[in-house]
Design a protein around this ligand. Sequence first.
Ligand SMILES: Nc1ncnc2c1ncn2[C@@H]1O[C@H](COP(=O)(O)OP(=O)(O)O)[C@@H](O)[C@H]1O
Ligand SMILES: [Mg+2]
Length: 309
Amino acid sequence: MRQDQAERLRLLARGLKQQIKAQVCGVAKNCRVIVITSGKGGVGKTNLALGLSLALARNGYKVMLLDADMGLANVDVVLGLVPKYNLSHVFSGEKRLDEILQNGPGGLQIIPGASGIEEMVNLDTLTLSRFVGEVIKLTKDLDFLFVDTSAGISRQVLSFALSADEVLVVSTPEPTALTDAYGLIKVFKQNQGSGKLKLIINMARNRDEGREAAQKLISVVRQFLGLEIEFIGIIPSDTAVPEAVRRHQSYLLAYPHSPASLSTMRIALNLGNFLPEKTRGVRGFFESLFTYFRGRDVREVASKEEKRS
Ligand SMILES: Nc1ncnc2c1ncn2[C@@H]1O[C@H](COP(=O)(O)OP(=O)(O)O)[C@@H](O)[C@H]1O
Ligand SMILES: [Mg+2]
C-alpha cells in the first residue's frame, strides 16, 4: 500500500516536472528548426515547406522559412517574389539579415538563400559568428524555422539534415523516390545524424497507396539501418498545388479547402501540438551547420556515395 502511494507520488512529481518544462519552453520560445529534405527532386518539398509554414502561421505560430535550395530560389518563384538581396549580400556585409527578409503571405517571413548558401562553406569565423548573432536576434520570438533544401546527398544538403532536431523527409509513392529517400537516410545514419526523422508521403493517388509506400520505407529503414521514422501524414495528389503555383500562390491560401490543403493543415496541427524533448534551437542549428560545412567527414562520405550512385 505504502509502495503504491510512493509510486503515485513519484509519477505525480514526474508529470509536474514535465509540465513545468513545457511551460518554461513556452516562455523561452526555443524555436524548433525543421529541415525539409528528400532523396529525389520534384517530390514537393518547396510546396510543402510553404504549405506547412503557412498552416502553422494561420494557427498563430510565428514562422520563418529559410530558402536553402542551392539551385533556383524556389520559394520565391512559387510566390512570385523577386528579392533584390539574399544571404550573399549579408555575408559580404552589404546588408543586414533583417534587411533581406521577405514578407510572405499570412505573416510568414522568408530568408532568401540563393547563392549565399554555397558561400557559407568558405566564410571566416568572424562573419559566421556575426551572422549567428543576427539570426538569434531575429528569431527570438519564433516558434518554427523551416528550412527548404535541395534534393540529394551533397555535402551541403546533408549538413542541414545533420544539424536539425527534426528532419522531414518527403517522398512520393514512386519506387525511385522511395529508394532515393532510403539512400539519403542511409548517409544520414553513416554520419551519426541524431535528429528525429519524420516522413510525409506526397502526391499519393489514395490513402492506401500512401500508407503502403510509408510502410515500405519505414520497414527497410528499420531492418537495414536500425532507425525509426515517424510517419506524419499523406498529402494527396491534387491539381490545387500546380494550379496555385501558376497563380504564384501557395495552394494552402489559394485553395484552402482542397484535399492537399486539408491534409497539410492536419499535419501542421499535429506538428504544432508535439513537444520535442530537446531542441538545440536556432543557435545550435547554425553552429552545427557551420561545423559540418567546414568538417571533412560529411564531405568524404557524401562524395563516396555520389560516386557510387
Ligand atoms: N500534392 C501535390 N499534388 C500535385 N502536384 C504536386 C503536389 N505537390 C507538389 N506538386 C507539384 O510537383 C512539382 C514539384 O514540386 P516542388 O515543391 O517544386 O518539389 P521539390 O521542391 O521537391 O523539387 C510542382 O510542379 C508542384 O506543383
Ligand atoms: Mg524545391
